[in-house]
Design a protein around this ligand. Structure first.
Ligand SMILES: C[S@@+](CC[C@H](N)C(=O)[O-])C[C@H]1O[C@@H](n2cnc3c(N)ncnc32)[C@H](O)[C@@H]1O
Length: 202
């Protein structure tokens, strides 16, 4: 698995590099905010996961970008549910927080954090992890992010994962297939499809 190592003590530098990298437009990064609603129209991800999301559930939008999906997920789980909108990009999270404040919604929590460090989410507390475009956009720590997804999911929980290999994404076929082997694949799952709904192996 081709995962670049980060030296101890270099984590903050890497975080800043990742943050800078993800603030510019490119396939594997977050696009400009004004284009997000247009790209969402072409992305079937939310339609694929809608049947799995129920009122009252706790959902994580991991690598949420500008948060458009997080707000839609918050409608789906309703006021008795909760959505964590998590992204490494502090500007995106600030923008989501402003939108939360304006809308008065109480069921979204915007969190500036790496997907590889979700210590603010308890073990086995999440019904659904929506990680659309995340792993392919992570230059570092992808295995840690996968471990965190496994840690926070309830035993009955599910996750939506997407791939994307070179030259645009970081997740090559071997790594994608290795990740799939660590889950039960419920839908999708091939490298060609590049997306999967997965659950924990018991
Ligand atoms: C291709 S965008 C996808 C955004 C959104 N999920 C969507 O579907 O439109 C990838 C997102 O992952 C975020 N990201 C990259 N590395 C991350 C990390 N280590 N932890 C959390 N988010 C990360 C980027 O900031 C960016 O917003």
């Amino acid at each position: 698995m081709d995962v670049e190592a980060v030296e101890p003590g270099e984590e903050e530098t890497v975080r800043r590099q990742e943050e800078a990298r993800t603030s510019h437009w490119w396939f594997s990064k977050r696009g400009p905010k004004f284009l997000s609603p247009i790209f969402r129209l072409m992305d079937p991800a939310l339609q694929r996961v809608k049947p799995y999301i129920k009122k009252g559930q706790v959902v994580v939008d991991l690598g949420c970008g500008w948060g458009y999906d997080a707000f839609e997920l918050s409608d789906l789980v309703g006021p008795e549910g909760k959505v964590y909108a998590v992204d490494l990009g502090k500007n995106a999270i600030q923008s989501i927080q402003k939108k939360i404040d304006r809308s008065g919604r109480r069921n979204i929590e915007a969190c500036a954090s790496s997907a590889s460090e979700l210590g603010f989410i308890k073990d086995r507390s999440i019904d659904f992890v929506f990680a659309n475009g995340l792993l392919c956009a992570m230059k570092y720590y992808r295995p840690l992010a996968v471990d965190e997804i496994k840690r926070i999911l309830k035993l009955s929980g599910k996750a939506y994962l997407t791939g994307g290999g070179p030259p645009f994404g970081y997740l090559d076929q071997a790594e994608w297939e290795n990740i799939m082997q660590g889950f039960n694949v419920e839908r999708g799952g091939s490298y060609k499809e590049n997306w999967a709904v997965v659950s924990l192996t018991q």
